[in-house]
Design a protein around this ligand. Structure first.
Ligand code: GTP
Ligand code: SPV
Ligand code: MN
Length: 626
């Protein structure tokens, strides 16, 4: 119970506390809330407790308003359609604000814009904020959300407080993070990550609100101040733009904290894999957005006797323990997964997870109250059922166009996943033995290879590439660089990030072995060469045997060790074009090596650590000799 001081009282002015007890907030939180209420001038303050009761009241209000509608075929599932202008992360309007530009970006070549990190000066940021936030919550409620990333009070966990005027964000944060009053207790009067979010549409609203989804697409700004541990987000209500615990805090801000404190905040899933012999191994994997993390994290093995259990599907916070092993936690409490392509056939465990208490955004809906999206054609009971698309149009399977937005998503509580790991909330984390990188590579890149060392693995992560996806505003299928699957989430200078990875390998530590996979290689007709999904267990099997030092399972190539013919268990798989799937084509890699050098020289320049430059040069020589 904290007394409220005069300055705070004055700043709160006449803004009433609509729910919750202001005295339970620590002086630092009181000051934060009062200061921002004075700035954004909401009509009231609502301190969230995260209970089901609280959520239900908000849901009822939103259903009445038409922003949410129940999916009647399930228990407590809702669908939400956004303004079609607010459907994905907006990378071009996402900024890191640091006094020195080169804290955020690398010294790129003359005339070359950095693609990792997007810098804005503190003075410009102040102007941008001044042009947006004063009075931006007029007529709306300001919700105060206390949340923990990671188990409350855990040694690897961190606390944030998000202010928002979006009901949808309140409901989603409650699924995606741990929201409850005990967060206040765990916080005490310590510092926390300050998250300020507004849809940017004060009342009275002067423009048309589409789909009851207030937003301000022309004025979107997502700005991070790492030194202050602060995030300001304006104009968007969607996903990574508005659920600030996720990419903004858990990656962009946390990677800065991690650098200072000697740990890692990465765009990675964590899975536990138990082999037929009963032995369990934990693996972390970094794939760019919409490239298969959720699917791998919940994989249902097609090989008999194998078991996969999910620890996390998107973000990993990892730290070396006293025993020298790397321990990882999932800082989130829910899954915000890509809907299209998710089915009982491809990802049955995700489907089981979102049968209740979930929110579906920009998916389609059937007349019988079920969700629908591309990939469910074969699983829907009545193939002629009338479907309402994400845009609200009537549609039937076979009609032109798509029913769901390609970046439509489900938000579902992790604890509902049938294969969630017993240790998914272990505050100490789970020991990671292998790290996998991967992306969508239609050509040239084999199904799997093992890197030669920690340094070679880091180099391999630095030239990770993938086809663009619908998770952000990039269009087309062009292959883009996405180092460590962190390009959109990089919190500081990428050269320093590489150095941080290098420095983690200290004497007495057992760094994970690093692998690269590609489920997305295509043949001449554009068909995937590998069936993917549950069959990916065959690749995991190979990786685990490699970890144990199995001999004869691979051969050296310039990029790493590739499986020998016969070393992958292909029982019952049908025909696989092994040679095409596993080849390391000389012409392709010679071109690629030039492109990689150009990328690292232009984008990282003098910030490229010497060790990584050396890895690049050695790999170039090996490729040249092909
Ligand atoms: P974010 O949540 O954006 O970070 O995405 P993610 O990395 O978790 O990707 P997710 O698992 O949701 O997969 C994205 C898309 O890729 C879905 O449409 C999947 O069906 C598809 N996909 C996932 N794994 C495979 C695979 O092994 N093979 C093929 N062909 N497609 C896959
Ligand atoms: C991603 O884009 O990597 C996501 C979705 O996981 S979002 O929360 O929008 O960032
Ligand atoms: Mn992601």
């Amino acid at each position: 119970f904290y007394v409220v001081n005069e300055v705070v009282m004055r700043r709160l002015g006449h803004v009433p506390i609509l729910k919750g007890d202001f005295h339970l907030l620590s002086p630092k939180v009181q000051r934060f809330v009062a200061e921002k209420a004075e700035l954004m001038r909401p009509r009231g303050i609502f301190i969230c407790d995260g209970t089901q009761h609280e959520a239900q009241e908000i849901i009822d209000k939103l259903v009445e308003r038409g922003m949410l509608s129940p999916l009647k075929a399930y228990e407590n599932n809702y669908i939400c359609r956004t303004d079609p202008k607010d459907v994905a992360r907006v990378e071009s309007k996402t900024w890191m604000v640091t006094p020195d530009k080169y804290q955020t970006v690398c010294h790129t070549a003359e005339g070359v814009d950095p693609i990792m990190g997007h810098w804005m000066s503190p003075t410009q940021m102040a102007d941008e904020l001044d042009g947006r936030f004063p009075g931006c919550m007029a007529g709306r409620i300001m919700y105060v959300i206390p949340f923990s990333m990671g188990p409350i009070g855990g040694p690897l966990s961190k606390i944030g407080v998000q202010l928002t005027d979006s009901n949808y964000v309140v409901l989603s944060m409650r699924i995606m993070t741990r929201v409850c009053p005990s967060v206040w207790d765990a916080l005490g009067d310590n510092d926390f990550v300050r998250c300020i979010h507004s849809v940017g549409l004060p009342r009275p609203v002067k423009q048309k609100v589409v789909n009851h989804w207030p937003c301000n697409p022309d004025r979107v700004l997502i700005a991070h101040r790492p030194p202050e541990r602060e995030v300001w987000s304006f104009g968007s209500g969607y996903g990574g733009n508005s659920l600030l615990g996720k990419k903004c805090f858990a990656l962009r801000i946390a990677s800065n904290i991690a650098k200072d404190e000697g740990w890692m905040a990465e765009h990675m899933l964590i899975m536990g894999v138990t082999r037929p012999n009963g032995k369990e191994h934990f693996i972390a994997a970094a794939f760019p957005s919409a490239c298969g993390k959720t699917n791998l994290a919940m994989l249902e093995p097609t090989l008999p006797g194998w078991k996969v259990r999910c620890v996390g599907d998107d973000i990993a916070w990892m730290k070396f323990g006293e025993d020298g092993r790397l321990y990882g936690i999932n800082p989130e409490a829910g899954f915000f997964g890509v809907a299209p392509g998710t089915s009982k056939k491809t990802n049955p465990m995700a489907v089981a997870t979102f049968q209740k208490n979930s929110i579906f955004t920009n998916t389609a809906e059937t007349a019988t109250g079920e969700y629908y999206w591309e990939g469910l054609e074969d699983e829907i009971a009545d193939k002629n059922v009338e479907i309402t698309t994400w845009l609200g149009d009537k549609w039937h399977i076979g009609d032109p166009g798509v029913a769901a937005h390609p970046n439509s998503r489900f938000a579902a509580p992790a604890e509902q996943c049938p294969i969630i790991h017993d240790k998914w909330q272990d505050p100490q984390g789970v020991p990671i033995e292998a790290i996998i990188f991967g992306g969508r590579r239609p050509q040239g890149v084999p199904l799997v290879f093992e890197t030669k060392s920690w340094l070679h693995g880091i180099f391999t992560g630095s030239f990770l590439k993938s086809e663009a996806t619908a998770a952000a505003e990039h269009t087309g299928k062009s292959v883009m660089h996405d180092p460590f699957a962190m390009r959109p989430f990089m919190g500081y200078n990428f050269g320093q990030y590489l150095q941080h990875w290098i420095d983690l390998n200290k004497p007495g530590r057992k760094v994970p072995q690093i692998y690269h996979v590609n489920w997305f290689r295509r043949d001449k007709d554009g068909k995937f060469l590998w069936p993917g999904f549950g069959e990916n267990i065959r690749v995991i099997d190979w990786i685990l045997r490699r970890l144990e030092g199995e001999e004869g399972s691979g051969h050296e190539t310039p990029i790493g060790t590739v499986p020998n013919k016969g070393s992958l268990n292909l029982d019952g798989l049908g025909e696989v074009n092994w040679d095409e799937l596993m080849s390391v084509p000389a012409a392709y890699w010679k071109e690629d090596a030039k492109e990689v050098r150009k990328f690292l020289e232009q984008q990282v320049g003098p910030d490229l650590p010497a060790e990584i430059r050396k890895e690049m040069e050695e790999q170039e020589k090996r490729i040249e000799a092909l």
